[in-house]
Structure formats: structure tokens, C-alpha cells
Design a protein around this ligand. Structure first.
Ligand code: AMP
Length: 170
């Protein structure tokens, strides 16, 4: 019961999804699991994005999914970790390969959470065009509950490039 929100309130959550190993398979698998978790879900377009930081790796596929949940933030995080484990690892011989599916809680209603395992709004949203572009595509006027600024204003301050729309997200 404590894993559920009071009065079965539904909260609007934005989840970032990304993969750069067998991304077709892993994105499709991850998305279908997310859709089972959320009601009234919508997905942004699917984007191909050049890796930032460690650049000697394949391009990523990225998207943002929005939907309603009655799960608590920590229970939702636990579910996302389960999905990552199910779809995001590549079994090579005896060893688990690199993680190939990343799921991040970007926003959870207007909540500001600073727990050890969960920081919301996700602190990297405003630095990542590969998150800001699909996020503002879903909701152009969306605001950062922490700063009160629109995410579009963060996006406008970042260098453009490196994020290419592939098509609709299925
Ligand atoms: P990473 O491997 O970079 O995806 O980081 C995963 C870790 O980040 C997890 O163990 C989470 O506990 C932690 N974390 C903190 N805030 C968030 C968030 N908003 N969404 C997802 N994971 C988070």
C-alpha cells in the first residue's frame, strides 16, 4: 500500500529512454514495457543522437515517454530498473554485457526529490539536447519546477546539432 500514492492520485511522469546497442530491439522492448506501466501514454518522435562525452561508441536512439502513474517515485524507479535488466543487457557467454537500455525519471509531476537513489527533476535534463528536444516536442511550454524556467529556454542556450529525428515512435 505504501507503494501507491495517496487516494490513488495519478501523477504525470516523463521518462527518458535510450539505447545504443541493438537499439531497434531494445527500444521496442523498453517502450512496450513502459506502455504497460503508464496510462494515457504518449511518446515523442524517435531520435538518433550522437554520443556525448565518451564519443567512441555507436549513436544512440532516444525518446521521451509521458504518461500517468499511481506508483510512488521509488516504486516506479524500481520498475524501470527491472525493465533495464530484462531488455538492456546482452548475454555474451557467461558474462553480462554492457547495459543497452537506459530509463530515467525526468519529471514526476511537479515534485522535487533529492533522495539518495532518486533525484527529480533529473539533474541532466537541462544539459542534454537529446532529452530537451523530445521533451519539448511532447509539451512545448513545459517548465522546470525547480527553476521555474521553461525547458525550451534551456534548449535555446545549448549548441544545436547531433540530434536527428528518425520518425514516429511506436
Ligand atoms: P545510470 O547508470 O547513469 O543510468 O544511473 C543509474 C542510477 O541513477 C540508479 O541507480 C538510480 O538510483 C540513480 N538515479 C538518480 N536519479 C535518477 C532518476 N531521476 N532517474 C533514474 N535514475 C536515477
Amino acid at each position: 500500500l505504501k507503494n501507491r500514492l495517496k487516494d490513488n492520485d495519478l501523477e504525470k511522469v516523463y521518462i527518458g529512454i535510450g539505447s545504443n546497442l541493438e537499439p531497434d530491439k531494445n527500444m521496442a522492448g523498453g517502450l512496450s514495457e513502459l506502455y504497460r506501466l503508464l496510462t494515457d501514454h504518449r511518446c515523442s518522435s524517435l531520435y538518433r543522437t550522437e554520443p556525448v562525452g565518451k564519443t567512441d561508441q555507436p549513436d544512440f536512439f532516444n525518446a521521451v515517454v509521458v504518461g500517468l502513474t499511481s506508483l510512488s517515485p521509488l516504486k516506479l524507479l524500481e520498475k524501470l530498473h527491472q525493465i533495464e535488466r530484462r531488455y538492456g543487457r546482452d548475454r555474451t557467454g557467461q558474462r553480462w554485457g554492457p547495459r543497452t537500455l537506459d530509463l530515467d525519471i525526468l519529471l514526476f509531476g511537479k515534485r522535487i526529490l533529492n533522495e539518495q537513489d532518486l533525484v527529480v527533476p533529473h539533474p541532466e535534463i537541462k544539459n542534454r539536447t537529446f532529452v530537451l528536444i523530445p521533451l519539448t516536442e511532447l509539451e512545448p511550454g513545459i517548465m522546470d519546477p525547480k527553476s521555474g524556467r521553461t525547458f525550451l529556454s534551456f534548449l535555446e542556450q545549448l549548441p544545436s546539432g547531433g540530434v536527428y529525428r528518425i520518425g514516429p515512435c511506436h
